[in-house]
Design a protein around this ligand. Sequence first.
Ligand code: SF4
Length: 171
Amino acid sequence: MVKELKFVAVAHCILNRGTRWWIEGKRVEGGIVKKVVDKLAEINIGIYQLPCPEFTFLGNPRAQMTKDEYESLKCYKKHVRKLAKKVSMEIESLIKMGKEPKLKIVGLIGIARSPSCATKCIPVGNGYREGMGIFFEELIRYLNRKGITVLTFEIDIKDLERSTLALKALL
Ligand code: SF4
């Protein structure tokens, strides 16, 4: 009998690329990040789609911005906190309500260089440094408060091969 089923929470744009920042002149890319979805299907891990904090705050078109720019944007942090709180409650409910089979969250999958959803590499000032995006920071804080701990990963759209390979650690 199946006792436990695993799932991950993924940045919204992994399943809906159309929410990524866009300005006139940038190539439009819709659809999903298939390599990630295929990898998760291959290892039998379910997907919970997180909301896109930037799109739900600014929509599109919106400019590419750094983490410090988003931090100084009036009310953005408040918006992100509200989303993180709601998501942490939904994830908690998935875990609590799954008695048989149990549902277990095993990871959070973000996007490299995103000011909101990165887990390792963030844009700051004129460059990049190690760090976590604003939304993921808040989400992890809320999840930890509920006693939920998860592994974190980030997908590098420019290096899908390597970043999806790392998802094997979810097994
Ligand atoms: S990385 Fe996060 S904020 Fe950026 S488009 Fe994807 S879901 Fe939205």
